[in-house]
Design a protein around this ligand. Sequence first.
Ligand code: HEM
Length: 443
Amino acid sequence: MATSGGALPKASVPDTLAILGEVLVPTLAKGTLFRRPKAVAVAERLQLDERAVRRLQKLNGKYGDGPLLLRIPFRRQAVILAPGHVHSVLAHSPEPFATASSEKRAALSHFEPRNVLISHGADRELRRRLHEQALDSGNPVHRSADAFLRMAREEADELLQRAEAAGMLEWNAFAEAWYRMARRVVFGDSARDDYELTDMLAALRANANWAFLKPKNLALRTEFLARVEDRMRSSDEGSLAWFMARAATAPEAAPADQIAQWLFGFDGPALGAFRTLALLATHPGQAEAARREAQAQPEGRHLPYLRACVLEALRLWPTTPMILRQTTRRVDLDGSVLPAKCGVLIYVAYFSRDQRHLPAADRFDPDLWLDQDSRTDWPLVPFSEGPAECPARELVLMFSSAFLARLLTRADFRLVSHQQLTPAKPLPGTLNSFALRFAVAAR
Ligand code: HEM
């Protein structure tokens, strides 16, 4: 990255206000660290995510490929509008595009002040390595897959039993089963019913939504991290925390702060898997292909089609809607100069839902992830990419596909809540997973 080049286009005050009002505020209102179901319901009713994408497209037409600098007092903030810039920013992270942006620091320090996401330099390198080792990053099938997939099957079966008895599957039951699985995977069987631990984290995350606008609950944070550390010390062999405990020997490793991110991270795949179920329940052709794959592989080790279905749900409704960076110095991005300490925003759906470039932008099309010929350089980055890419990408896809495979081979699901989800119509920009309801019948 060079340090010379031309000035950036600057959004007018009304256009800056439009981005704040239509892109940033709705995303923050939904809760970036802890979703607020009521705000998500409003966003769905008003289709706010679709509006955000349209607004950015309009500004792209008006100002060109950017990055577009906003007019915000006392703050430098740029929005990425060109696909090539997404790849450059993510490839050159964390230097000069630091992951530890000021707003992320303010938010995440409510519950994991020494986490990799808000670390820089040598600390970040060390912590990133620990995540990659424990999560087996890049390996489609984690080395503890035998035990992990058994847990996924067991929790899916128990969920199904309850859902079949009730004749109905709703978000709360799904999320509870998912988190029982997550606690077992992270620490081992004895943590399965430690609801208190994840409830403590939920309280801290709800505060963290407010970043610097709310004081930190330091007493709760200390209690939570101490409890995570205790659980790590007594974790089962082969669990994620067990791998972390063995590798995290340096004093800067801060293993509890790293594990906190895993517990938080398991929210994303729950949302993604539940939405995938909604897509499959409303798209018979894709459901048939997924079921055939699942029946052929009851263990669920590697299910490429179902993984592609999950990736589609994450493309259509990204669970990390904004990827944030901050420049560590003046940077020339393809001839445009970003000043030092400038916030950089990648609004993921602007790219993943861009029907100007993706003919299937608003359809459920798993082939997008499978068909090498239709692959382009277009940034589809639900897990980000480059050196800070989500280190749990493969693990998430393994769990989500295996859990769904178990459900699909044992029961039929009919979506009774969202009539607008149909292959005949463009898929909505916002899908409120908290309100999804399925009628369930054993197969
Ligand atoms: C649907 C599920 C998930 C999605 C879509 C997702 C996506 C992401 C994204 C977009 C980032 C930010 C990367 C960046 O700033 O460039 C990230 C970071 C991270 N994720 Fe995930 N994530 C998911 C689940 C998980 C889970 C379950 C875990 C742990 C078990 C996890 C662990 C992490 C960690 C440790 C980071 C920090 C990486 C770094 O800064 O180097 N994620 N994830």
